[in-house]
Ligand binder design. Sequence first.
Ligand code: HGY
Ligand code: MN
Ligand code: MN
Length: 412
Amino acid sequence: MQPEIHIDPQRLNQRLVELAQFGALPEGGISRLALTDADKSGRDLFVSWLRDLSLDVRIDQVGNILAFQPGRGDAQPVLLGSHLDTVRAAGPLDGALGVLAGLEVLQTLQELDIHTLRPVALVAFTNEEGARFTTDMMGSRAFCGELPVEDAWDVTDFEGVRVGDELRRIGYSGDFPCGQVTPAAYLELHIEQGPVLYQERVTIGAVEAITGISWQAVTITGAANHAGTTPLDARRDAGLAAAKVIQYLRELAQFLPDQRATCGRLSFSPDVINVIPGQAVLTVDLRNGEDAVLKKAEQQLAEYLAALAEGENVEVTSRILMRVSPSRCDPSVVTWVETAARGLGLTCRRMVSGAGHDAQIMAHTCPTAMIFIPSQNGISHSPAEYSRPKDIEAGANVLLHTVLGLADGGTG
Ligand code: HGY
Ligand code: MN
Ligand code: MN
């Protein structure tokens, strides 16, 4: 391990600050939803930095931004990446850290005139979050050939706007074919977005596995009626039924092992103070590291919804928006992460990710691992998201040294 080979932390933090201006909200936080003007601005800034490094930049058919740095040989590249899109009222690091730390690694290799055996590539995946277009990890799924490009283009947001039209509108409807690149390995630096590293005061997380996720939209149809005159036994109250579903999600999470269940979106119609809601639409986010338990949660929710329809005299339908099984990272790449961290004198522990990531899709196609750094108080998907500059620097240096190991013969 050569600790004298290190990234430039000031430059990395300066870029994180510059990127965070796009989508910045007056009340704090960032909204850079996929394929919005704010996302375009962030993309354009990132591409300008890539071009400043004279990298070979390609935009693929779903707007993934790819950059290639040649190696001494022309074998499959080691790919670094993450995403630039955010949820609504997000923090500055989710996704952006992995993309800009990857850029910092490429620039450091150039400045130190280090030419690895394998090429090193960098990707910013389109629509990892699924916050606007609810097929999340869209870019990585198309990149791996799991999501046909035409299907990605046809995904619409809640206002019916199509991905394909938005890609063209913001100038990121590229022609580089998806599914062309099979990396020798994929590495993603990311904030943990949970409390483990922060509470244990450990600097680096070597991620061994990533949670499974199941998203659905539940529509409850009852009968709009007068809030004052309608007797209780005559009500078909979609609002009450939705509240019962949300309460049930908490019970589901409490009695299944390591289960998470969340309702993030809820809307009533006609959404008027003195009208019993005739319809309610809510989203459900179920997560578990064990696919069998995730399936059990889905099954038990389906049974609950059927019984609720009967009991509340409402109709209940559910539409699966997305499902991804838990993924395991590649043990040898995880070991490279640990070796790099320990070689730099950093504390490190293996762990599972409760957040979803493009890496769990990439793990289907090549040896993959993630590097986590602590999130202060375990907070993310919030303007309060924060990681210390020294942890950001440590994570980027672990990324750099893991790449040096992998790209110079560490990948089979
Ligand atoms: O939802 C997630 O876990 C990720 O932040 N997209
Ligand atoms: Mn993320
Ligand atoms: Mn996220």
